[in-house]
Design a binder for this molecule. Structure first.
Ligand code: ADP
Length: 122
């Protein structure tokens, strides 16, 4: 990353919306709230490597439990989402389009749009 790339990312940032930066639902590691936390499941959770795992009601897939997750429309601007994340409650949001979940977005996804590069964390 260099300054020119960051400035270009910052200029484009205004026009970007949630849908431009999501991790699509089929790539999201999540678990049903009626799962049994046996050794196998705990191991899968450990191996997935993510620090936050969305939990969904078995059916229908529209109410997340545990910590309430912020929900944003696919057309919400990244600027608005960044502002919500800055309030500090949660740095992950569920992205919905026409009331259906289409993916998730985290602070890291937004920062990647700003710096125009992937961030690799451990
Ligand atoms: P973590 O804190 O778990 O490392 P980040 O918030 O840093 O996760 O996000 C890193 C990337 O992984 C982002 O692209 C984000 O959308 C994605 N991500 C975060 N949690 C999950 C999950 N449970 N399943 C799939 N992708 C995820």
């Amino acid at each position: 990353t260099d300054s020119v790339t960051i400035i270009r990312g910052a200029l484009d940032f205004q026009d970007k919306v949630a849908e431009d930066a999501i991790t699509p639902l089929d790539k999201v590691f999540m678990i049903s709230n009626d799962i049994i936390l046996d050794r196998k499941t705990l191991n899968e959770i450990y191996l997935c490597g993510y620090s936050r795992i969305p939990i969904y009601d078995a059916l229908p897939l529209k109410k997340f439990s545990t910590n309430p997750i912020l929900t944003v429309e696919a057309s919400t601007s990244l600027v608005d989402i960044l502002n919500s994340f800055q309030e500090g409650k949660c740095h992950m949001a569920l992205v919905v389009k026409e009331s259906n979940p289409i993916g998730i977005i985290t602070l890291e996804d937004i920062l990647e749009e700003l710096i125009q590069e992937e961030i690799y964390d451990e």
